[in-house]
Design a protein around this ligand. Structure first.
Ligand SMILES: Cc1cc2nc3c(=O)[nH]c(=O)nc-3n(C[C@H](O)[C@H](O)[C@H](O)COP(=O)(O)OP(=O)(O)OC[C@H]3O[C@@H](n4cnc5c(N)ncnc54)[C@H](O)[C@@H]3O)c2cc1C
Length: 342
């Protein structure tokens, strides 16, 4: 039997940001990864403090952005790369009314630091009403983040590449391991978890395209009209993602594909070729808050889920809250505490 401080089940943003906290604090741990491409791995990687439909900010935005930047610097120290791509989001305005709304909102105390008051015209795309720049936004290099972090943890002997079988879990032991705490970071996989399948997580299916633009854009920043468009390292572009609460099957939805083609054609005037279409399921909660806490009957079994459409910011910020809660008894914010559903 090998004794570890923690077992982590899952390998998406929730799991890896929590693993970083454990690594930072020299805790021993194993990550169970079943090797499926997680929702996190198909995500766009956008880091954005503003809700771009209504031009509002969201809960703890500045605190979360600052914390993320800091965490990525810490991760850089042991993986050798910083995964923050310092390219702002440019929101293409649909019409004059939207532009005016942005300007008005940019005067609000909580949005002043995020909504630039200077508009820009972007070459190579249709933007007759110009674009607004979201300050402090950026994106994560999703592929390198997962490739490098998973391979780092593998080299350290922290990664176990197999599906975690809940029926083999007996109190504080699992197969050849004994542990102090177990943290389930399973995304939609939580529905198969007999301890936490009661949490009210709803799947929100998102598709994205990888496209080749016939006339590549000269700029590297992210464009957003209905969805996000940005260049990948290999010269292709990421375009997505859609939102769909109704479709739960594991196949590509033609309607989502059409929605994406229409969305891109609306502002990209030239031809493009679809190279790939992928989808994932965002684990969402009605009240738009993560779900964190321990099981009412098994106090050292924890769940970390409900990251919704903001897996990077929520995953990063709340991994520390969970760590402090377990290790130092810090209270969880009632808005994210699992107790709100008990
Ligand atoms: C198309 C799309 C675009 C998105 N864009 C963005 C974006 O730009 N910015 C942003 O912040 N967020 C974005 N998101 C949202 C983000 O991806 C999610 O919030 C995030 O992925 C949730 O992370 P998670 O770790 O909770 O779950 P997941 O990423 O789903 O990871 C859970 C992992 O656990 C594994 N697992 C489950 N059960 C087991 C088991 N029993 N044993 C072993 N492994 C197990 C699963 O295989 C999976 O790999 C996007 C989502 C989609 C679908």
């Amino acid at each position: 039997m090998e004794n570890v401080d923690y077992i982590i089940v899952g390998d998406g943003y929730a799991a890896l940001f929590f693993a970083h906290q454990l690594h930072k604090h020299q805790k021993s741990f194993r990550i169970f990864s079943e090797g499926r491409k997680s929702a996190s791995q198909v995500s766009a990687g956008i880091i954005n403090p503003v809700v771009l439909k209504k031009f509002t900010t969201f809960w703890k935005a500045q605190e979360q952005i600052d914390f993320l930047r800091n965490t990525l610097s810490e991760i850089e120290r042991y993986t050798g790369s910083n995964y923050f791509v310092n390219e702002n989001v440019h929101r293409i305005f649909h019409d004059e009314r939207e532009r005016e709304l942005w300007l008005k909102k940019s005067e609000n105390e909580d949005l002043r630091l995020f909504l630039s008051q200077e508009f820009e015209s972007v070459e190579g795309v249709k933007n007759p009403f110009q674009t607004g720049v979201v300050m402090q936004s950026g994106r994560l290099n999703v592929k390198s983040f997962f490739d490098n972090l998973l391979s780092y943890f593998k080299k350290q002997g922290n990664l176990i590449q197999e599906k975690f079988n809940h029926s083999s879990l007996k109190n504080e032991s699992y197969n050849d391991f004994t542990f102090q705490n177990i943290v389930f970071c399973e995304g939609m996989g939580v529905l198969e978890n007999p301890f936490f399948s009661f949490i009210p997580i709803q799947p929100n299916k998102g598709h994205h395209l990888t496209v080749k633009l016939s006339k590549p854009l000269s700029q590297k920043f992210t464009l957003k009209k209905k969805h996000f468009l940005f260049p990948l390292e290999n010269g292709s572009y990421y375009y997505g993602g859609t939102y769909d609460r109704e479709q739960h099957h594991h196949k590509i939805d033609e309607s989502a594909k059409e929605q994406l083609i229409r969305g891109l054609s609306e502002f990209y005037p030239d031809d493009f070729e679809i190279e790939q279409i992928e989808f994932g399921f965002r684990p969402t909660v009605k009240d738009r808050r993560p779900i964190i806490g321990n099981h009412p009957s098994f106090p050292n079994y924890y769940v970390f889920n409900g990251l919704g459409a903001r897996g990077i910011l929520n995953g990063c910020f709340f991994s520390k809250e969970l760590f402090e809660h377990i290790e130092n008894g810090k209270s969880l914010d009632p808005e994210v505490d699992l107790k709100r559903f008990l």
